[in-house]
Design a protein around this ligand. Structure first.
Ligand SMILES: Nc1ncnc2c1ncn2[C@@H]1O[C@H](COP(=O)(O)OP(=O)(O)OP(=O)(O)O)[C@@H](O)[C@H]1O
Ligand SMILES: [Mg+2]
Length: 274
C-alpha cells in the first residue's frame, strides 16, 4: 500500500442473506484509487456499484476482504469520506448556508470559520445570493450543487457520489458534469462516482471501472487519457463507448471507427477478473 493511495480495496466480497437464499452482491473486488483521481464505477443495474460505494463510505461491512482509506482500515463512516446521493438529501428545514455548514457544526468548528467555508463553497457552486433560501426554493440542479458543497465543506479526502445527476434533465446534467469537473480541478479530491451512463463516465473519469452483475464484479478498468473538456463526438471517445458496450455485451451503435482504441486508452494492469 502506498500512502498516496486514497482507497485500497482488497479481495472484497459482499453477500446478502435472505430467508431462503443468499445474494452475492460483490465477488472478490480488488482496486486501488489514487489521491486526486476521478474514478467512475460503471455498469448495469444490480452489478454492485452502490454496494461498493457503501462499503467505501463505511455504511456497510464487507463479508470478506478489507478496505483502507488513506492507509486506515474503513470501520465505519467518517468525515474523510463524504457522500452525495442521487436524491437531494438536503435537510428541508435548513437554509442553503445551514445545510452546507451542517457537518462542520457537528465537528465543532467555530461559527466564524464555518461562515468562511460557507462563503467559499457558495461562490464555488455559483449560488451567491441563495445562502438564505430553503431547498424547496431551488431547482434540482441547484439542490445537487448544495449537496456537493455540503459534502466538500468538511474537507473530505474522498468524495463518493452515487448517480448524483441521474434525476436531472439532460441539459442540467451536462452542465452539472462540467461544473463537477471544474470543482474537482479546483479542490483536487479523489472522487468515486457511480453511473449507468457510458457518456457520463467518459466525460468525467480518469479511470472507468466497468462492472458486471451476477455476481457483481469488476470486468475491466480503462484509463481515459483524453484531456478535458472532452468531446463525446470525437472518434476516440466513440470507440471507447463502443468498447464498453462490447464488454457489457450491450447493443453497439452502427458507427464503426477505423482507429485502434489502444492508441488512447489503457487497460489497467490491476484488472481483476474472476
Ligand atoms: N440490503 C440488501 N439486501 C439484499 N440484497 C441487496 C441489498 N442491497 C443490495 N442488494 C442486492 O445486491 C445487488 C447489488 O445491488 P446494488 O444496489 O449495489 O446495485 P447497483 O449496481 O447499485 O444497481 P443500480 O444501478 O440499480 O443502483 C443487487 O442484486 C441487489 O438486489
Ligand atoms: Mg445503485
Amino acid at each position: 500500500m502506498n500512502f498516496r493511495d486514497a482507497v485500497v480495496i482488497e479481495g472484497i466480497g459482499k453477500r446478502y442473506y435472505t430467508r431462503h437464499n443468499e445474494m452475492i452482491a460483490l465477488a472478490d473486488v480488488s482496486l486501488t484509487f489514487h489521491e486526486h483521481e476521478f474514478i467512475c464505477l460503471l455498469g448495469p443495474s444490480g452489478c454492485g456499484k452502490t454496494t461498493l460505494l457503501n462499503l467505501i463510505a463505511g455504511f456497510e461491512k464487507p463479508t470478506s476482504g478489507v478496505i483502507h482509506a488513506f492507509g486506515r482500515p474503513v470501520v465505519g463512516p467518517g468525515p474523510d469520506r463524504t457522500v452525495v446521493f442521487q436524491e437531494y438529501a438536503l435537510f428541508p428545514w435548513l437554509t442553503v448556508s445551514e445545510n452546507i455548514q451542517y457537518g462542520l457544526k457537528r465537528l465543532g468548528v467555530p461559527k466564524s470559520k464555518r461562515q468562511d467555508v460557507v462563503s467559499h463553497y457558495i461562490d464555488l457552486i455559483g449560488l451567491s445570493g441563495f445562502a438564505h433560501k430553503y431547498p424547496k426554493q431551488l431547482s434540482g440542479g441547484m439542490r445537487q450543487r448544495v449537496a456537493l458543497a455540503r459534502a466538500l465543506a468538511v474537507n473530505p479526502a474522498v468524495l463518493l457520489m452515487d448517480e448524483p445527476f441521474a434525476a436531472l434533465d439532460s441539459f442540467t446534467r451536462e452542465r452539472m458534469q462540467d461544473e463537477l469537473v471544474r470543482i474537482w480541478q479546483a479542490e483536487r479530491k479523489a472522487v468515486v462516482f457511480v453511473t449507468h451512463s457510458i457518456q457520463e463516465a467518459i466525460t468525467l473519469a480518469d479511470r472507468i471501472i466497468v462492472m458486471s452483475p451476477c455476481p457483481g464484479r469488476v470486468v475491466e478498468v480503462l484509463k481515459i487519457k483524453d484531456c478535458r473538456p472532452r468531446n463525446l463526438d470525437a472518434s476516440e471517445n466513440i470507440v471507447i463507448a463502443r468498447l464498453i458496450r462490447d464488454i457489457l455485451h450491450m447493443p453497439t451503435a452502427s458507427h464503426n471507427p477505423k482507429i485502434s482504441p489502444n492508441s488512447f486508452i489503457e487497460k489497467s494492469p490491476e484488472l481483476h477478473i474472476n
